[in-house]
Design a protein around this ligand. Structure first.
Ligand code: FES
Length: 506
């Protein structure tokens, strides 16, 4: 403590650590937002690490500012430290640092209140961290007492290069990924009747097919050899290609850490067209079946609190989600169905998570589920899967930015007008006229364009393409239209255009 320049050392060290932490935090955030890290197990701690880096960086910035006030060489006053241009010492670079500090405070504060703020507002504030990175780089480049030394140059160039690469990654990968907004589960589409391609099917063997509730078959599949199966995250689904020509999608409900099995649960529907009937009658241990996926349009987004609402077989994605929620997060499940005996996993979940799971079986409690009471005025992220009537009722009570739906069947959406669409495929340098009565997907496939289809009803999300120009008329049920507009994507198996022409990135 007798060292006269101790605070100068603290100032330098805290500034460099803060700069490095900010770089790491920004890069980590970019990797998370582009879903790159979704390929790694246990995403929850990865999200927490992003917040931890940001919080620690702010503490280092505060230490940097305080130590400057004690440093015998510069001795900033609190006013000079907090008000831009109040100092005579390099006023512009210092002001940039102060403005960056306020931006970072806003980013951190809005992150802490993420669940109470409108999503777009929070996102806008969060993106200002890129501005802060630039301001800090100028601040450090013009005020640092080590500027000019070789080590300082190496560190500075490295940090700036890392952020630049991450931003490029964000722009190129980020727009090609989708947010967790809605999708699928089990719909009809006689895929086998079509000669068109399917997403990379693989043969799997049924190791067990056991009734787990009235009318519900729990099916475990394993690969033909010991090779680990593709990784999946809660909310993902498999497409099952049945020998009778039907394709069906089923949410995975097992343990994502088990890389050698996929678990699904299949409800035998009363109006089965041949999908669930076939599965219940033919799928027994030892039978080989083709599947593709997993695909995920219903990912669990980071949040402080969750409300899961499941109706009937809609429990399957919810079960996997619940089991992956980190212990420190708040969550509750409301699970409704006709009778407890027909509600897969109901008793198991109730016993494993006492106090968090509310079962509303109509044979036990004939009163209608009071959704106003269930949803209340909470700020939770709401995930819902089940019959359309339940999902529409929930969606009518929850702001769109907190609502996540997984649809079982396509919504009935009609185009505003029946008219042909001109489609240009920019990468392939081809263009086509899509007549009325023929889907854009069919036209692309007939002309050999590399696009895949599965459900062909606008539910599974397999046929997603990026839109470079034109205005798509979204008629699918994969995710909400605002998110498709943000991502500039469309699902050409059902969607068309309100503009005369569409330019696609294929
Ligand atoms: S093929 Fe399923 S959404 Fe287009």
């Amino acid at each position: 403590m007798n060292e006269p320049h101790m605070w100068w050392y603290v100032t330098r060290a805290s500034a460099m650590i803060a700069w490095a932490l900010m770089t790491l935090s920004v890069v980590w955030g970019i990797l998370l937002s582009t879903r790159v890290m979704r390929r790694v197990d246990n995403p929850a701690w990865l999200q927490d690490l992003h917040s931890f880096l940001g919080g620690t960086m702010l503490i280092m910035v505060a230490l940097h500012m305080v130590s400057l006030m004690f440093d015998q060489w510069l001795t900033f006053t609190p006013t000079e430290m907090l008000v831009p241009f109040a100092t005579d010492f390099k006023p512009l670079p210092v002001a940039l640092g102060i403005i960056a500090f306020y931006l970072l405070l806003a980013v951190q504060g809005s992150s802490m209140m993420m669940n109470r703020l409108p999503r777009m507002f929070w996102k806008g504030v969060h993106y200002s961290s890129f501005v802060a990175v630039i301001l800090i780089s100028f601040h450090a480049g013009f005020t640092g007492t080590d500027v000019g030394s070789p080590w300082y140059r190496i560190v500075s160039v490295s940090l700036i290069a890392i952020v630049a690469i991450a931003v490029v990654l964000r722009i190129t990968i980020g727009t090609a990924t989708r947010p967790a907004r809605k999708i699928d589960a089990a719909r009809a589409a006689p895929g086998g009747a079509s000669p068109l391609p399917r997403p990379a099917p693989r043969a799997m063997v049924v190791t067990s097919a056991t009734p787990i509730a009235n009318g519900v078959l729990g099916i475990r599949l394993e690969g033909p050899d010991a090779t680990p199966l593709p990784l999946w995250h809660p909310g993902a689904h498999l497409s099952v290609h049945l020998p009778n020509g039907f394709d069906r999608q089923y949410s995975l409900c097992g343990d994502p850490a088990d890389r050698h099995h996929y678990d699904i649960a299949v409800l035998r529907t009363t109006d089965s067209e041949g999908g669930s009937d076939w599965i219940h009658e033919h799928l027994v241990a030892g039978v080989s079946i083709e599947v593709s996926g997993p695909l995920n349009h219903f990912e669990l987004e980071p949040a402080a609190a969750y409300l899961f609402i499941a109706g009937g077989i809609g429990i399957t994605p919810m079960k996997a989600m619940i089991e992956s929620v980190p212990p420190q997060r708040d969550w509750r499940l409301v699970y409704t169905g006709h009778s407890r005996q027909a509600m897969a996993f109901a008793t198991e979940l109730e016993e494993r998570y006492p106090g968090r799971v509310q079962i509303h079986a109509r044979d036990e409690n004939p009163a209608r589920l009071n959704l106003d009471e269930v949803i209340g005025a909470g700020s939770e992220e709401v995930y819902c899967c089940g019959p359309e009537s339940l999902m529409s009722a929930v969606a009518a009570r929850v702001p769109a930015e907190r609502m996540h739906l997984e649809r079982f069947a396509a919504l009935a959406r009609q185009p505003r007008a029946q008219r042909p669409v001109h489609v240009e495929c920019r990468k392939s340098r081809k263009d086509f006229e899509v007549p009325v009565g023929v889907s854009v997907l069919e036209t692309l496939e007939q002309n050999g364009l590399p696009v895949l289809g599965s459900c062909r009803t606008g539910v599974c999300g397999t046929c997603e393409v990026r839109v470079l120009a034109g205005d798509p008329e979204h008629l699918d049920s994969v995710m909400d239209d605002a998110h498709k507009r943000d991502l500039r994507i469309m699902y050409p198996c059902v969607s068309r255009a309100t503009s005369p022409e569409l330019v696609l990135n294929i």
